[in-house]
Write a protein that binds this ligand. Structure first.
Ligand SMILES: Cc1ncc(COP(=O)(O)O)c(C=O)c1O
Length: 477
């Protein structure tokens, strides 16, 4: 058989049922041999591309983003657009060390966390449902949750779902989905325990990607070009060149939408080019979908890339997080959608996933999965949820257009269209490290050294202050 056609078989084809090898998904009995009766059929394939928190100050209940009061003489406002690691000890008002959330979570226009109304409603339904108990869930998770999570990623009419070649694994957030997906790939993809398979991560990317794949045992973590600072946009040419140069069967982590940290996504045409190269080069797409619905306000639009790849015949993984779009950050609810060439391959993969989940968290927590499953299975609750998601997305979109228009009307040097071209929670402002330093030290506006801000830190009350401070930083520094 020519090499090419062997590859085209599938990436998952080597994962044995509950044991588990391949170019693609080879499941070899790694470590513990499985009981004889569990070994059936030829090994499966997912084939490469075919296929200090100081307590709130007792001083006057100062609100960090309240544009009132004078701190440090001229400074009236503290604005948190990122996690703050170092807060001036001299300033009694800089209490907000509980800043991790500022880095990654949604905030209302009042700067507060938001429990989605549909979530409140479903929580009450769950609390009063006396038929529910606290028995363990199945190792792979709540069936209704898994099926419906995969359905919203792939679409109601997904041929892959109809053909029975999609499986879901409930996980501890999107991070858990990435971690068990990485573990599976190390064990069974592209040979057995092939820790040398290159894993490509966008430059820049969510910092945890590198650690997750390193901890799963991969030794060759590389970056692919993504962000072009000069044009403040996607470096498509660099990205495609890096894909062309990647060894066949390499794994590529792709942000399904709302790229973190740049807020810059490929257009649909650009995704098509990416898919063409990945298919030709036998590269494995591992989508990270942490912001579905949160980016554009539309679940379907935000899932376009994943669905396009599935329609092109790729076998792939899609790690879904419900932390952001359901606001369920601390419930740790996620799903790994596995799309295989056929039902048999997917069953093999799920069988191996059961082993991985068993030794990782044994079985997953129920509350978040129940909330999501109840919502997704009721047409009325589903409609309410979509409306809630749109509320969050619209607030972010509004802050983007308001910030841009303020900067433009101030005549701030440079172009600011990237603020509205970017999408999702994060924005690369283009401020350089010295300007960032000025913003922090002189204006008490906290952002990342890279210039990244969390758009949710902006509110109608602090927009003017932030815009005039950016103007000052850009004109003075
Ligand atoms: C790109 C990306 N992937 C994954 C995650 C992890 O999500 P979770 O909190 O559900 O583990 C995040 C969270 O910030 C993220 O930004």
């Amino acid at each position: 058989m020519p090499r090419g056609s062997a590859r085209a078989r599938t990436a998952f084809s080597r994962a044995p049922v509950r044991t588990g090898s391949s170019r693609g998904f080879t499941a070899a009995p790694g470590g513990q041999p499985a009981p004889r009766q569990q070994r059936r059929g030829p090994a499966p394939t997912l084939g490469p591309a075919a296929g200090a928190l100081r307590p709130p100050s007792s001083l006057s209940g100062h609100q960090p983003d309240a544009a009132a009061g004078s701190v440090h003489g001229a400074v009236a406002t503290h604005v948190y657009l990122a996690r703050v690691d170092v807060v001036s000890d001299e300033c009694p008002f800089c209490y907000q060390r509980e800043t991790l959330a500022h880095l990654v979570a949604y905030r209302t226009d009042e700067g507060q966390p938001w429990v989605l109304p549909v979530v409140r409603k479903v929580e009450q339904m769950i609390a009063s449902n006396t038929s529910l108990n606290h028995e363990y869930l199945p190792i792979l998770g709540l069936p209704d949750f898994r099926a419906n999570a995969s359905r919203i990623a792939l679409g109601d009419d997904s041929p892959a779902i109809k053909e029975g070649r999609v499986g879901g694994v409930q996980s501890l957030g999107g991070t858990g989905a990435l971690r068990i997906g990485a573990e599976f790939l190390r064990r069974w993809y592209n040979g057995n325990n092939n820790t040398a398979t290159p894993v490509y991560i966008s430059s820049p990317s969510w910092e945890n990607h590198n650690s997750v794949f390193t901890d799963a045992g991969f030794k060759d973590i590389r970056t692919y070009r993504y962000w072009d600072p000069a044009k403040r946009g996607l470096d498509l040419q660099g990205l495609l060149e890096d894909m062309e140069a990647a060894p066949e069967f390499s794994i590529f982590i792709l942000h399904a939408c709302a790229h973190n940290p740049t807020g810059t996504d490929p257009t649909q045409e650009q995704w098509k080019q990416i898919a063409t190269v990945m298919k030709r080069r036998f590269l494995f797409p591992f989508f990270d979908s942490a912001y579905q619905g949160f980016a554009s306000g539309c679940l379907d639009r935000d899932a376009w890339a994943v669905r396009y790849f599935v329609a092109q015949g790729f076998e792939l993984f899609c790690a879904q997080s419900f932390s952001k779009n359901f606001g369920l950050y601390n419930e740790r609810v996620g799903n790994l959608s596995v799309v295989g060439r056929d039902a048999n391959n997917v069953q093999r993969v799920l069988s191996q996933m059961e082993k991985i989940a068993r030794t990782t968290w044994s079985n997953p927590p129920s509350q978040g999965a129940r909330i999501v499953a109840t919502t997704l299975t009721s047409p009325q609750l589903f409609a309410e949820w979509k409306d809630n998601v749109k509320t969050m997305a619209d607030r972010v979109l509004l802050m983007r257009s308001e910030l841009r228009s303020r900067l433009e009307s101030l005549g701030t040097p440079g172009t600011w269209s990237h603020i509205t071209d970017q999408i999702g929670m994060f924005s690369f402002t283009g401020l350089n490290p010295k300007q960032v330093d000025y913003m922090i030290k002189e204006k008490h506006i906290y952002l990342m050294a890279s210039g990244r801000i969390n758009m949710c830190g902006l509110t109608t009350k602090n927009l003017d202050y932030v815009a005039s401070s950016i103007h000052e930083a850009v004109t003075k520094i």
